[in-house]
Design a protein. Structure first.
Length: 133
């Protein structure tokens, strides 16, 4: 790697400190120190890309699917991305709980929750509004 040669040149020929080499290269002092201590014939370090999924994998797949469909829009990409990343719905949960009363739609109870002032104002506007269902 050329960076290894550059580091050795800065340290040995230009007599720069590790701190100054760190500022110029952006590498950590520990990395520079380890590279300077390695023997001359040592294999230079190599960058190894991690195999597997990356954060953009799902987005890239969504874009490819949208391109194949022919309907190109940002909204379509977001919809496909949401479908790809959505978790599977949970399986039906078994329970031993039982209902004591069957639920009934009782719209009249909502009217009883309103204050009398609201009821008179609303009644004057439209008498049919009382029947919410």
């Amino acid at each position: 790697m050329e960076i290894l040669g550059k580091i050795r040149r800065l340290y040995l020929r230009d007599k720069l400190s590790l701190h100054e080499i760190t500022k110029r290269t952006g590498l950590s002092r520990n990395t520079i120190r380890r590279w300077l201590r390695s023997p001359r014939g040592a294999v230079p370090p190599r960058y190894r890309r991690r195999e597997g999924l990356v954060k953009l994998t799902a987005f890239c797949e969504a874009v490819e699917l949208v391109i194949e469909s022919g309907a190109l829009s940002a909204e379509h990409v977001l919809n496909v991305l949401a479908r790809l990343t959505a978790s599977t719905p949970p399986a039906c949960v078994e329970t031993s709980l039982q209902l004591k009363e069957v639920p009934l739609a009782n719209t009249g109870r909502y009217d009883s929750l309103r204050s009398p002032d609201e009821v008179t104002v609303d009644a004057s506007v439209d008498a049919k509004e009382i029947d919410h269902a």
